[in-house]
Write a protein that binds this ligand. Structure first.
Ligand code: GLP
Length: 272
């Protein structure tokens, strides 16, 4: 069973996960972090940066791998995920931009672009902790419904649904790219730990389907059920369609800290 932690709001969720990541980073300075984008992980990145600064945790050996990226945006476009990660992770944590990897389409060999990214992840020793948001359609990264649960990093076409959702970051729907490059579901499952975050009522259905629904390519996020170490951090609104909230709450309330699937060393209830 996934570890499901119900927190008050995004700030509390960010504080909990940010603290867990900071403690893990202190123990493992060469941590490889899988980076999600979207609005959901922002409170986690902010909390992590605050703790790293306050406690002078070294970050020079940290490596980050983005989950996904748009294809076709001009270099430096403020809504490219590389730029988002520079603003939300690289700058606040004081990293060198070269510490963060983002999937990139090779113009001369688009088909090989995915393999190159996978090889870079392997060369870094694999992702230790993969942060995940969830799209309203139940997607993870940009793996839209129907994505193979064994898929690897590749170029995909975005659904209209996701383009409409993400148009809030652009001037108009026409400005939202049509293609993207994303880690596959199979790539994500190879990370040593998964931490999925979701806040707000719009995520309730996707979260219920991901955690309690059948394992199906129709809901790529349901693939987290295949992973041995997965923690899902949700607020009350995102948890509102879950059936087994009582079990999740009591499991979390009574679990000794060492048993938590959040990265090692996470102090718990005080932050949540
Ligand atoms: C995009 C990203 C996903 C993210 C999703 C939800 O489609 N590719 O990685 O999980 O949006 O975004 P938000 O967190 O803004 O709701």
């Amino acid at each position: 069973m996934a570890e499901v932690i119900i927190v008050e709001d995004a700030r509390a969720g960010g504080a909990l996960v940010g603290r867990a990541l900071a403690d893990q980073l202190r123990e493992q300075p060469d941590l490889v972090l899988g980076l999600a984008t979207g609005s959901t992980p922002s409170s986690t990145y902010a909390a992590l940066a605050e703790i790293v600064r306050a406690e002078s945790i070294p970050v020079d050996r940290l490596t980050g791998f983005a989950l996904d990226e748009y294809v076709g945006l001009p270099a430096g476009h403020p809504e490219s995920y590389r730029e988002v990660l520079i603003r939300e992770v690289v700058a606040p944590l004081g990293l060198d931009p070269s510490q963060i990897h983002v999937p990139e389409m090779l113009p001369d060999d688009p088909q090989r672009s995915g393999e190159v990214y996978e090889a870079a992840i392997d060369a870094a020793g694999g992702v230790d902790v993969q942060l995940l948001g969830i799209g309203r359609s139940g997607h993870i990264g940009f793996n839209e419904p129907g994505s193979s649960l064994a898929s690897r990093t590749r170029i995909k076409t975005l659904t209209e649904h996701t383009r409409v959702d993400n148009s809030r970051f652009f001037d108009s729907l026409d400005d939202v790219p049509i293609q993207c490059m994303t880690q596959g579901v199979g790539t994500i499952l190879r990370a040593k730990r998964l931490v999925m975050l979701a806040f707000g009522a719009a995520k309730a259905e996707g979260i219920a389907a991901a955690i309690e629904g059948p394992l199906t390519a129709a809901v790529p996020a349901s693939a987290i059920q295949l992973h041995e170490y997965v923690t899902v951090v949700v607020d009350e609104a995102a948890a509102s369609r879950l059936e087994h909230t009582d079990s999740y709450r009591s499991a979390w309330a009574h679990k000794p800290a060492w048993q938590s699937l959040l990265p090692i060393g996470a102090p718990r209830r005080s932050d949540g």
